[in-house]
Design a binder for this molecule. Sequence first.
Ligand SMILES: Cc1cc2nc3c(=O)[nH]c(=O)nc-3n(C[C@H](O)[C@H](O)[C@H](O)COP(=O)(O)OP(=O)(O)OC[C@H]3O[C@@H](n4cnc5c(N)ncnc54)[C@H](O)[C@@H]3O)c2cc1C
Length: 368
Amino acid sequence: MNREHTDVAVVGAGIVGCLVAREIVARAPEASVLLLDRDTVGAGASRRSAGLHCPRGATERVRRMTAYSQDYYAELKHNAPELPIHAVPMSVVASPVNASRVHEIYLDSAELTPVDPSEDRAGAPDLRLPEHARIWECRGAQYADVYALVRDLTRELRARVTLREGVHVDTMRAVGHTDPGREPDVGGVELALGTGETVTADRVVLAPGPWLAEPAWRESLAPLGARVKKIVALHVERVPTRTDRAVVFHDEDAFLLPLHASGHWLFSYTCTTWDVDPDDLAGGLSADDVDQARASLRRHAPALAEHRVSGRVFCDAYSPTGEPQVRALGDGRVVFAGAANGSGYRLAPAIAAEAADLLDLSSIPPHA
Ligand SMILES: Cc1cc2nc3c(=O)[nH]c(=O)nc-3n(C[C@H](O)[C@H](O)[C@H](O)COP(=O)(O)OP(=O)(O)OC[C@H]3O[C@@H](n4cnc5c(N)ncnc54)[C@H](O)[C@@H]3O)c2cc1C
């Protein structure tokens, strides 16, 4: 049986795992990094993501993570303008009772500017606004084709990390150190792969997206209390114009997003179906999904709700606190990074930075 050793193994090559690997090679260029995915890169929740970055956070930590991530993506785009990250003008709609909360959660840099609802400037077609609705224009929003972004970023990463796609991690267990070139005094983590190979790593980052219940880590993650919730978004077959804006309906945590790059609108609403298995969601939209989504869309933009139905269905991991979870597990050699509550694209850079902080990368010795 083949046995391989690496300084750090990152399990899961979605947007989170990809940015974790990127962060590690930036901080520790000498480190050997193995990035593993049971599928092709980006093919999990990242592939289905609406990819909206909205400059807000419900808590102080999430606002910090939002600001950090917004700057990170802006720099990425600045350095590589061809990346599929698109600035989008955005409006926020809320009932008057929620106006102060809106001001609390949006970043100062969003520069919320009130708009007179009678001017019909929310920016999307056929909107129905709640009575006395308040509207603000907001700066700093963007959306990405997250799948394409992950593939673009991994193309660059391939020169720096060992990327293994189609390789399932079957089991994970702590072992004594097995790197033949190192003193046998430090522990490691052994990953048994679906290919029959075994890899040992000094440190492991788990970035499994909604695959929290995989046998290899189900028990280790159970104390975190994260759960998996279904996410449904409708596609509205109407071509957005250049002046159309994303509209966030704060009261219902829903949004309309003009996907200029794909030529249609997307409507996301809050689905409340919990404890789903990502491997059971390949069947597409159910009649219930369509009913719920349409009912929500009718409240905001009735004309759009009558278009022929299409959309995307998947799921994401949610934490008990509403904040992403970045935690060292057990003796600290394994770090979990995820449970970002349907915001894993927009917070991924900050999640990756927090994960790298927990890895003690400075102790990795230079390799011969
Ligand atoms: C419909 C929808 C809309 C969304 N909209 C937004 C949005 O507008 N804005 C936003 O910020 N977020 C949004 N999200 C959430 C966001 O997409 C996710 O939070 C994010 O993609 C999670 O990234 P990840 O890398 O943690 O997980 P994933 O992309 O799921 O990656 C995890 C990877 O782990 C791999 N894996 C799992 N188990 C194993 C194993 N045993 N061995 C090896 N590999 C394994 C999987 O194959 C997968 O590729 C949305 C999600 C959905 C589903």
